[in-house]
Ligand binder design. Structure first.
Ligand code: PMP
Length: 400
């Protein structure tokens, strides 16, 4: 890695591995080349493993972003007039609500003050008040750094006869998620986050019950978002034969196979590899939090159990504003400003997902850049003590 280049430490796109960068740099293959068909088939199989999903679940790889995957879920799971409960923890919960409203769905917005998540009791109440077809939640809301208890929410949905759908765009392959064990119906993401690819792919895995919901719709979704149109294409490639609806993003699918394989090949079984990856993200996040505490930086999430492992959302200290971001970059790390409209100018965000969670030197370099940037703008920052605090956590025995 070139040390002169600042590290990309925003909450997506993120630093990618050399293996993925090499795969993404190939000459674009044809979508019917035997080698591409094999790559697509292997990527689909690997997707199920990375999602810890059941063998009967349906993986989808479609050119697009997280927004496309969200809209596909909103329009394939519900008919106009049906009811959905949205656990809303920020900007992306608001987006899902708007998509559902445009579909004509009756929405119940279960939200909490900035930096908090609604209690399970509040969600239970909303589900019990009137039958809901689907419970939506953002696993990690990138605007607040708040993580919900996805296992508990999936269980609540099941208890009330509802499907569950999780926006994992800032979580998938970084935060623990066991789709089959938890009985979660849809888990969706985009390629540029913890999965560790360039932007450009929408990825999701749907349970048989979710596919059944699509089959039972009266009002089909628009054609290019329709799971029923895409499903035979995915099935064909998984069976190692090509099929056409819209040209796949061949280079990105090629890189996807490389990236997912790299994740899965690191342990004896796919499950062990995923548990190890989740533990690596947990350790990296604890190291960053230890450093932030030394620097006097306070997180947006109001309780420790709400803090995501994939990013830190941090209030600017007294007297500091977005001007510090340029100083942090000058010291070697690109971090992001705020996103939530209620507090946009008052906080900043540092991503820590994917490959960097395995590279203590990159994490320490990021801590150092943030600390030096803060010192430049007059915030008392003990740079070495912050780096030491992070280093101490990172020196724990191997994660996993
Ligand atoms: N959901 C969440 C939680 C996100 O972080 C993002 C992207 N920041 C999206 C959805 C939308 O993804 P995309 O920008 O790829 O459309």
């Amino acid at each position: 890695m070139n040390d002169a280049r600042p590290l990309l430490m925003i909450p997506g796109p993120i630093e990618i591995s050399d293996t993925v960068a090499d795969a993404a740099g190939i000459r674009p293959p044809s979508h019917v080349a035997p080698s591409f068909i094999e790559a697509f088939g292997e990527a689909l199989e690997a997707l199920r493993e990375v999602w810890c999903a059941g063998p009967d679940s349906q993986p989808f790889v479609v050119a697009g972003g997280g927004t496309l995957a969200m809209e596909a879920a909103a329009t394939n799971l519900l008919d106009p007039g049906e009811r959905a409960v949205v656990v809303n923890t920020g900007y992306f919960g608001d987006r899902m609500l708007e998509m559902l409203r445009r579909r004509g769905v009756q929405t119940v917005d279960v939200s909490a003050p900035l930096g908090d998540a609604p209690s399970l009791d509040a969600v239970r109440e909303a589900l019990a008040a009137a039958p809901a077809k689907v419970l939506f939640a953002t696993h990690v809301d990138t605007s607040t750094g708040v993580r919900v208890d996805a296992a508990a929410l999936a269980a609540l949905a099941r208890e009330h006869g509802a499907l569950s759908c999780f926006d994992g765009v800032c979580a998938t392959a970084g935060e623990t998620f066991l789709q089959a064990d938890w009985g979660a119906d849809v888990y969706l993401t985009a390629s540029q986050k913890a999965v560790g690819l360039p932007a450009g792919l929408a990825l999701w895995v749907a349970s048989p019950a979710a596919m059944k919901a699509r089959a039972g719709l009266h009002a089909p979704p628009s054609m290019s978002l329709d799971w029923s149109v895409w499903e035979p294409i995915q099935a064909a490639y998984e069976a190692r034969s090509p099929s056409y609806f819209s040209t796949p993003a061949t280079t990105l699918v090629w890189a996807l196979r490389a990236g997912l394989r790299e994740i899965l090949d690191r342990a004896d079984s796919p499950r062990a590899a995923m548990l190890q990856r989740f533990a690596e993200h947990d350790r990296a996040a604890r190291a960053m939090r230890a450093a932030w505490a030394v620097l006097g930086l306070k997180p947006l999430p109001v309780r420790d159990d709400l803090q995501a492992n994939t990013l830190s959302a941090l209030w600017y200290p007294e007297g500091v504003d977005k001007g510090v971001l340029g100083r942090i970059k000058a010291h070697g790390a690109i971090v992001a400003g705020g996103l939530h409209p209620a507090a946009k100018t008052r906080y900043f965000r540092v991503g820590h997902m994917g490959e960097v969670t395995r590279r203590p030197s990159d994490l320490i370099r990021t801590v150092r850049a943030v600390a030096q940037g803060l010192a430049d703008v007059g915030h008392a920052a003990d740079v070495e003590a912050a780096c030491d605090a992070a280093r101490e956590v990172l020196s724990e025995a191997d994660a996993g």
